[in-house]
Design a binder for this molecule. Structure first.
Ligand code: PHB
Length: 387
């Protein structure tokens, strides 16, 4: 009799422990952050990881009763690796959200997994317009190249620029930028000649020679974040031609190291570390403080806002993930360090201001200084489809 009581008590203790284990698993919301932490695009990984961690440090690690756990994985910038890591995170780690995605091919590779598993995928970096169409579970907090580029074409045609050579990295976002620019600038009577450079280890010199020979009024450039310094070093100063483009080429992570050759470049984009708002001043100061003085770039703000979207979505669903979470994210609006933003409920892309900026020296450092704002810009590629 006595022995039986002891056994029953032991059994109950085991059962309780098992239950507690299950409950604590449910009380954790894991976020798998997949980024290029090594390789040519490591600056994107470093910026986004730092921003996501800053957001958690400022906002706490509990949302709607769930403990938030960030799992950072390095895909080295290789799409097959991104896909394998996404699979492992979803199946083994049971993450409720996958996020990050430093380049377009890295965002596209895991899209079918997000759909199958009904796991929201927050694209914090990649910027080819079509990405959000690859899965109804994808939502984006970065930007699209056409969104940033059409305002550049408008500015160029309004400012006496008649002939432009476009030079873009030969893959999704570069082709998006080229098409958006030549379409919008051509429609206003501008003349465009287009060149494409390989994404991997580009040698810019022969292309810059072609640009010099064409004698355009401006050179429009898209290279992904982190590559702009290489481009500028390889002879832009010798060409003496005005540099314009979406803001990736004068990205805040590398801009200050480019030197005077970058001065005067006109770009259009959604974020500058010099953006003049109380939210951005606080963000830049906290980011630098937490990261040995590193200046946040537009990738960082995509990561920071991506975390905000996950946190606010979870608050709305009371901690539920899956379809409820992606639905909760649609239509959400907030004040970002970049300015006011919202998630387009139809496309799951971000609607945001695009700023026209000029590289200037401010207190001894190079910055993209904003001088005009185009408010609430939607991705024009999807806007045109829905008309
Ligand atoms: C992309 O691959 O989608 C991408 C990467 C870096 C950028 C912009 C777009 O700066």
């Amino acid at each position: 009799m006595r022995r039986r009581t002891v056994l029953t008590a032991a059994g109950a203790a085991v059962a309780m422990l098992a239950l507690r284990g299950a409950a604590s698993a449910q009380e954790t919301m894991k976020i798998g952050l997949i980024l290029p932490m090594t390789g040519s695009f490591a600056s994107t990984g470093r910026q986004i990881e730092a921003a996501a961690k800053l957001y958690m440090q400022q906002s706490g690690d509990t949302v709607a009763g769930k403990k938030i756990q960030l799992i950072v994985k390095d895909d080295t910038g290789v799409a097959d690796v991104t896909k394998r890591l996404a699979q492992e995170l979803i199946v083994n780690d049971k993450v409720g959200v996958i996020a990050g995605f430093g380049l377009t091919p890295l965002a596209l590779a895991p899209a079918p997994l997000a759909t199958q598993a009904k796991v929201p995928a927050v694209v914090m970096a990649a910027a080819t317009a079509t990405i959000t169409e690859a899965s109804p579970y994808i939502v984006r907090t970065s930007f699209t190249l056409p969104q940033a580029t059409v305002p550049m074409a408008d500015w160029a045609s309004q400012n006496g620029i008649k002939k432009v050579v476009t030079l873009v990295s030969d893959y999704g976002p570069g082709i998006d930028a080229e098409k958006a620019f030549s379409g919008a600038f051509g429609a206003k009577g501008g003349q465009v000649e287009s060149l494409r450079v390989p994404l991997a280890n580009p040698d810019f010199s022969p292309f810059l020679q072609k640009v010099a020979d064409a004698k355009p009024d401006a050179l429009f450039v898209f290279v992904p974040s982190g590559v702009g310094a290489q481009f500028v070093e390889r002879g832009l100063d010798k060409s003496g031609i005005k540099l314009i483009g979406p803001g990736d080429v004068t990205d805040d992570d590398i801009l200050n190291g480019m030197g005077d050759v970058a001065l005067g470049a006109i770009t259009t984009q959604h974020y500058s570390a010099a953006h003049d708002s109380p939210e951005n001043k606080a963000f830049v100061e906290a980011f630098k403080k937490a990261n040995n003085g590193m200046r946040p770039n537009f990738m960082a703000v995509g990561g920071y806002d991506g975390m905000h979207l996950i946190y606010e979505g979870l608050k709305k669903t009371n901690g539920a993930g899956g379809e409820a979470l992606i639905n909760a994210m649609k239509g959400m609006s907030w004040m970002s360090p970049r300015g006011p933003v919202s998630i387009d409920p139809q496309t799951r892309d971000i609607i945001q201001n695009i700023y026209v900026r000029k590289v200037e020296r401010v207190n001894g450092e190079l910055y993209n200084v904003e001088f005009a704002t185009i408010a609430n810009v939607k991705d024009p590629v999807k806007a045109a489809k829905s008309n």
